[in-house]
Design a protein around this ligand. Structure first.
Ligand SMILES: Nc1nc2c(ncn2[C@@H]2O[C@H](COP(=O)(O)OP(=O)(O)O)[C@@H](O)[C@H]2O)c(=O)[nH]1
Ligand SMILES: Nc1ncnc2c1ncn2[C@@H]1O[C@H](COP(=O)(O)OP(=O)(O)O)[C@@H](O)[C@H]1O
Length: 211
């Protein structure tokens, strides 16, 4: 059985990672979502174990020490991390899993999981990024300014990614990510498709040299 795909959806704050990821999950119910751990306080309506596993700093430190996180990063004063076991289990069951994480964490995943598929979500323009952060209404003006300056730095990490997807329209961005997933599955079929195993067997039997 093929291992599942590890898809990392990343990009600057406010670009639409949460929105696009939610739309993609509605479209692809079989796509597993990795719930992160965080030390940030829950926002109104957020549920522990669904949106995040909300942890104290002590609990989070303990997870780092136990090597229970695949990656973790500090972001605007809070810690965020991906629980390792759930990701490993999902991939070994042949299921695809999506991580929606910030850019430093995505680059760390690259080191630990070179076969991971890194997708960078881009805003159509910086002005639209600012408008989205403001429009969401979850941040104060000071946080928005801070997040915007962080976003400009974050864009520099684009070169580490496999794909760039512009989030102009939510549906269009989803379609692009779906296409990436289809292409990445086809790439892996090259190595594992049963037909090729059969062909290899036949070649050996008939002593046909490889082309
Ligand atoms: N490295 C890392 N980043 C994460 C993880 N979970 C969430 N994030 C990112 O942390 C940042 C802040 O998340 P959050 O406070 O929920 O704000 P929002 O995504 O901007 O609404 C976002 O860029 C998330 O994608 C994780 O497990 N690891
Ligand atoms: N393609 C899009 N067009 C217009 N608005 C969008 C689009 N994608 C996301 N948004 C809006 O932008 C804001 C930030 O999106 P969000 O998903 O919270 O970003 P992130 O998770 O990257 O921080 C939200 O108010 C969301 O509704």
């Amino acid at each position: 059985m093929n291992r599942g795909l590890l898809i990392v959806l990343s990009g600057p704050s406010g670009v639409g990672k949460g929105t696009v990821c939610a739309a993609l999950r509605r479209k692809l119910p079989e796509l597993t979502y990795s719930v992160s751990a965080t030390t940030r306080s829950p926002r109104a309506g957020e549920i522990d174990g669904v949106n995040y596993f909300f942890k104290t700093r002590e609990q989070f430190k303990d997870m780092i020490e136990r090597d229970a996180l695949l990656e973790h990063a500090e972001y605007v004063g809070n810690y965020y991390g991906t629980p390792r076991d759930f990701v490993e289990k999902t991939l070994s069951e042949g299921k695809d899993i999506i991580l929606e994480i910030e850019v430093q964490g995505a680059v760390k995943v690259r080191e630990k999981f070179p076969e991971g598929v890194l997708v960078f979500l881009l805003p159509p323009s910086l002005q639209q990024l600012k408008d989205r952060l403001t429009g969401r209404g979850t941040e104060t003006q000071a946080t928005i300014d801070h997040r915007l300056s962080v976003a400009v730095e974050e864009m520099n990490l684009l070169e580490h990614y496999d794909y760039a997807v512009v989030n102009d329209e939510i549906d269009a961005a989803c379609r692009r990510i779906e296409s990436i997933m289809i292409a990445e599955h086809c790439k892996r079929e090259r190595f594992l498709h049963e037909l090729f195993v059969e062909l290899e067997g036949l070649r050996e039997k008939q002593n046909i040299p490889e082309r």
